[in-house]
Design a protein around this ligand. Sequence first.
Ligand SMILES: N=c1c2ncn([C@@H]3O[C@H](COP(=O)(O)OP(=O)(O)OP(=O)(O)O)[C@@H](O)[C@H]3O)c2ncn1[C@@H]1O[C@H](COP(=O)(O)O)[C@@H](O)[C@H]1O
Length: 87
Amino acid sequence: MKNFEELFAELSQKAQERPEGSGTVKELDAGIHTIGKKLLEEAGEVWIAAEYESDEQVALEASQLLYHLQVMLIARDLTLDDVYRYL
Ligand SMILES: N=c1c2ncn([C@@H]3O[C@H](COP(=O)(O)OP(=O)(O)OP(=O)(O)O)[C@@H](O)[C@H]3O)c2ncn1[C@@H]1O[C@H](COP(=O)(O)O)[C@@H](O)[C@H]1O
C-alpha cells in the first residue's frame, strides 16, 4: 500500500526516467487535454459510485481520480507543495 505523497514521488520519477510500458508516461505524452478528459471522467465515476455503488467502489474510483490529478500536476511541472500552500 502507498500513500498520496509516495504515489506522487513515484509518478515524478516515472516522468523523469520514462520507463518502457509506463501508463503514466503514455498519459503525459498524450497531453493536458487528454489528461483533463480523464480527470473529468474519473470525477464523474466517483460521483456515480457515491450515489449508487459500494464503499469499496467509491474508494477505488477516488484512487483513480487522485492518480489522474497527480498526473495533471506533473504535466504542469507543479509540486505537491505548490498545492499545499492553498490548503
Ligand atoms: N494508481 C494508478 C492508477 N489509477 C488509475 N490509473 C489509470 O487509470 C485507468 C483507470 O481508468 P478506467 O477505470 O477508466 O480504466 P480504463 O477504461 O481501462 O482506462 P483506459 O486505460 O482505457 O484509459 C487505468 O487503466 C490506469 O491507466 C492508474 N495507473 C497507474 N497507477 C499507479 O501509478 C504508478 C505508475 O504506473 P505506471 O506509470 O503505469 O508504471 C503505479 O504505482 C500504479 O499502480
